[in-house]
Write a new protein. Structure first.
Length: 202
């Protein structure tokens, strides 16, 4: 499993513009009851549950769905795509792009996290998470859960802390999850799912 962490993936001036826009009180965000779709207390396809797993509502904004632009704000974010292409030397197409905003949750204890999962977006092969602001609430990466259960909990292989301008890039089959912030008021990320150009079905 290869996980690539890139700091300052876009210039700092653009980092500030993205944060100022997405965290503005005028930016449209929409209520979701869960961070991922799942069956309470049980494993679902592409999603796993252990003793440390909980979920909570989040606010979201869809930018690209099934390869189609659904938000006027894609123009602000497309530079992130160009930088990912430059850094990975891969020809990539965005299949999905979604903004997620989470907040401190009083029912989460230290070490608890959102449901570990793999991204199952149709045709997508790679995932990137761009961190809009400095926050706590690390992104956690696991080995395949059926290979690393330990006393009812999964073993964290790597953790990436949200830092403005940081991007983490990985294969879609990598099991990962986020966690709500505890010391920060807001945790805002942009999730990208990519397909390699040439691998998209006609």
């Amino acid at each position: 499993m290869s996980i690539f962490v890139l700091d300052d993936v876009v210039p700092k001036a653009l980092q500030k513009t993205i944060a100022g826009t997405l965290l503005s009180p005028n930016f449209p965000l929409y209520w979701n009851a869960k961070t991922v779709e799942f069956t309470e207390g049980g494993d679902s396809p592409g999603l796993f549950w252990d003793n440390n797993t909980k979920d909570s509502p989040q606010l979201t904004h869809s930018v690209i769905v099934d390869g189609n632009q659904t938000s006027e704000h894609w123009g602000l974010l497309r530079t992130i795509l160009y930088q990912v292409i430059a850094k990975t030397d891969m020809e990539l197409e965005v299949v999905r792009c979604k903004i997620n905003v989470t907040f401190p949750q009083c029912n989460f204890s230290f070490g608890e996290y959102y449901p570990p999962h793999i991204d199952t977006v149709h045709q997508a092969e790679f995932t990137a998470i761009y961190y809009v602001n400095d926050a706590d609430g690390d992104t956690l990466f696991f080995k395949t859960p059926d290979q690393n259960r330990l006393d009812g909990a999964f073993v964290v292989q790597q953790a990436v802390t949200p830092k403005q301008g940081r991007l983490v890039f990985f294969d879609n089959k990598t099991v990962h999850c986020g966690a709500p912030p505890k010391n920060s008021n807001t945790r805002c990320v942009i999730n990208f799912n990519f397909a390699q150009i040439g691998d998209l079905a006609c």
